[in-house]
Design a protein around this ligand. Structure first.
Ligand SMILES: Cc1ncc(COP(=O)(O)O)c(C=O)c1O
Length: 385
């Protein structure tokens, strides 16, 4: 029973088909001048159109990357390197592919600030406003936090930036990491008023190792990968054509099924939450408000137990969940997301994230809830403290 879709969601059948089709039949390089090159270019541009349409962007605003990590690095480094003495603000509970580039920039002498978050898991826009300067070049706030599933108040952040335009005649660029939000929370880039938006295929049932950065027309960025003028010079290297075809297939699937899936994910998560809430001594890290959370992520702490022990015990029952971000779940330290939300170390190391996907059923949820009860009772018996 796979309930770790936020780490990665299994490839959808039509994604497998699309990837296979390109691997088997499209052999050219999209940069080649001959017919096989043109055929490859058509696959590339079709993928770009599908993604752009779904984001509400122009195809020329899509830069394909090797995934969310690269797109986030491109947004942070690319903006800072293209400017003289930039100031960068990111929220304190971003994914590490934002936090780490921000820390590197600071080591290079760039002025960087980290905006605090509140105990419910939302960036504090009042504190963020205090950090803004006339030379702030970039503000990056995740759209849906990957560990606790909270939907960030991006409209409020965008409004703050608009006000700066009036006050200082310059509006910092707004980047949002929409890796966990894309297709799970409907949005259009223009409505978000974001200048840069990151997406990744494998959280949607697309292939791993492919994603994109939306770059609003007119935004100046320095590329990370140079040595080829692909992707309008913003990302050198032959594009991952099978991956891009797979990404497009996943997007088409969600465009067709998304409304129904989102409603179902919401309902199943509510059911799981209600069932688990019967267990004593839990602390929810995902707030209950459906309007301010993604439909597929639930995070809770079982103080007294270590998250990884619970994860392994649940695996014995055939239930796969995680302790938080997949990128760090093999390292034994408390989640920076939960610490930023003011949780104690004890609560942070006892956290477990359950994330649902298109194939999750009511039976899965009922079984997982029962497995959870059994596992927690068992472990509490072994570790009474
Ligand atoms: C919010 C967020 N940003 C970025 C990433 C990185 O994406 P990728 O795995 O495609 O590099 C992830 C993956 O876990 C994520 O959850």
């Amino acid at each position: 029973m796979y309930l770790d879709h936020s780490a990665t969601s299994p490839a959808l059948p039509e994604v497998v088909e699309a990837v296979r089709e390109v691997l088997e039949h499209v052999h050219g390089n999209p940069a080649s001048l001959h017919g096989m090159g043109l055929e490859a270019e058509r696959v590339l541009e079709r993928g770009r159109q599908v993604l752009a349409a779904s984001l509400g962007a122009d195809p020329s605003e899509v830069v394909f990357t090797s995934g969310g990590t690269e797109a986030n690095n491109l947004a942070v480094f690319g903006t800072a390197w293209a400017r003289h003495k930039p100031h960068v603000v990111v929220s304190a509970f971003e994914h590490s592919s934002i936090l780490e580039p921000a820390r590197r920039l600071r080591e290079m002498g760039v002025e960087v600030d980290f905006a605090p978050v509140d105990p419910e898991g939302f960036v504090r826009t009042d504190a963020l406003a205090d950090l803004l300067r006339p030379h702030t070049a970039l503000v990056s706030v995740v759209l849906v936090n990957n560990e606790v599933g909270t939907l960030q108040p991006l409209a409020e952040v965008a409004k703050l930036l608009d006000e700066l335009q009036g006050r200082w005649g310059r509006r910092p660029l707004l980047h949002t990491d929409a890796v966990q939000a894309f297709q799970h929370v409907p949005f259009r880039v223009r409505d978000l008023r974001a200048d840069l938006v990151t997406v990744s295929a494998h959280k949607l049932g697309g292939p791993k190792g492919v994603g994109a950065l939306y770059v609003r027309k007119g935004v100046r960025l320095q590329p990370l990968l140079v040595g080829g003028d692909q992707e309008r010079g913003l990302r050198g290297g032959t594009p991952n054509l099978p991956g891009i075809a797979g990404l497009a297939a996943a997007v088409r699937f969600w465009e067709r099924e998304g409304e129904r899936l989102r409603a179902r994910l919401r309902e199943l998560a509510a059911r799981l939450r209600a069932e688990l809430s019967e267990l004593s001594g839990l602390r929810w890290n995902t707030p209950p408000d459906a309007r301010r959370t993604a439909p597929h992520i639930l995070n809770l702490s079982v103080p007294g137990l270590r998250g990884e022990v619970l994860v392994h015990r649940l695996e014995r029952e055939g239930v796969y969940v995680s302790t938080g971000s997949a990128c760090h779940s093999r390292r034994a330290h408390p989640s920076h997301v939960l610490l930023a939300m003011g949780r104690s170390e004890q609560e942070a190391i006892s956290a477990v994230r359950v994330s649902l996907g298109p194939d999750t059923t009511e039976e899965d949820v009922a079984y997982a809830a029962e497995a959870f009860r059994v596992a927690v009772q068992d472990l509490r018996f072994l570790v009474p403290s």
